[in-house]
Ligand binder design. Structure first.
Ligand code: IPD
Length: 266
């Protein structure tokens, strides 16, 4: 069975679009099945679970044997060459409140490398895609990130985890960054933050504590748009930190994040 990135992307786009429509319809009918997960602020809804079930079933039909790592149901086993990485609704708190800033995020990983990814906002219909080596796109617009060269001119997006001790540390970091950048945004969906950085709607993004399903697709989209995407001091993107920034401001942003211990705390 093929592992060509372009073919995997076509499957991802078709399935993410179905899941996005399901989530949007369920939102229109009223949010149900709201429970909490790791903390009182970490919510999940019936739509998160239904969208994940939809994607898993669709993948099973299209690519039987592939593994799936999903936010709500964990990792499945299989002998397929591809691992799919899914956040069925990234930005669940926004979804709960009817804030139109949430997304279905689906990536395909081959031999430990993400090779295709799609992020789709079910409300706006905007869709960002990338394949390894094939560029990053919103629809048919090729993305190239921002041309910012100064940290002081940087509109920076970030996000906060659900653990309250971690939030205390994250708030301290934000308080120290705010006076040295243009401004800070917290939109509430990491995958969309990464797509916004890919597009130049913000200049850069960082966040501590993300799970792979939050940044797998958006990270590829950012990298294919020409951003540097990774952790600090040569580390890869991961729970310690995900940073996505144009190469011109990476050194200054990295210095600031290291100095402020952005990867520290819980
Ligand atoms: C969350 C969002 C949020 C980020 C959190 C994530 P979820 O994902 O991406 O923006 O700050 O760290 O956990 O829980 O809505 O899928």
């Amino acid at each position: 069975m093929t592992v060509e990135p372009e073919e995997l992307l076509q499957i991802a786009v078709r399935i993410a679009s179905g899941a996005a429509e399901l989530a949007r319809q369920m939102r229109d009918e009223g949010v149900t099945g709201v429970t909490t997960k790791s903390s009182a602020t970490d919510v999940v809804t019936a739509a998160d679970r239904a969208a994940e079930r939809y994607v898993r079933e669709a993948l099973r039909e299209s690519r039987p044997g592939d593994r799936v790592l999903g936010e709500e149901a964990g990792e499945s086993t299989g002998a397929g060459a591809v691992r799919w990485i899914l956040d069925p609704i990234d930005g669940t708190v926004n979804y709960l409140y009817g804030i139109p800033q949430y997304a279905v995020s689906l990536a395909a990983e081959v031999d430990g490398e993400v090779v295709a990814g799609v992020v789709r906002n079910p409300v706006s219909g905007e869709q960002w895609t990338a394949t390894k080596g094939g560029g990053a796109w919103r629809g048919d617009v090729r993305l190239t990130g921002s041309a910012v060269t100064e940290l002081s001119q940087t509109l920076l997006a970030t996000g906060f985890g659900y653990d309250s001790a971690r939030r205390v540390h994250q708030a301290r970091v934000v308080a120290k960054l705010l006076p040295i950048v243009r401004d800070i945004r917290r939109f509430g969906a990491a995958s969309l933050d990464l797509c916004f950085a890919a597009e130049g709607r913000v200049d850069a993004y960082y966040e501590k504590g993300l799970n792979l399903w939050d940044h797998a697709a958006g990270g590829l989209i950012g990298a294919e748009a020409g951003l540097r995407v990774g952790g600090l001091s040569g580390a890869g993107a991961g729970p310690d930190l995900v940073v996505a920034a144009p190469p011109a401001i990476w050194p200054a942003l990295q210095d600031a994040l290291v100095r402020l211990d952005a990867a520290g705390g819980l």
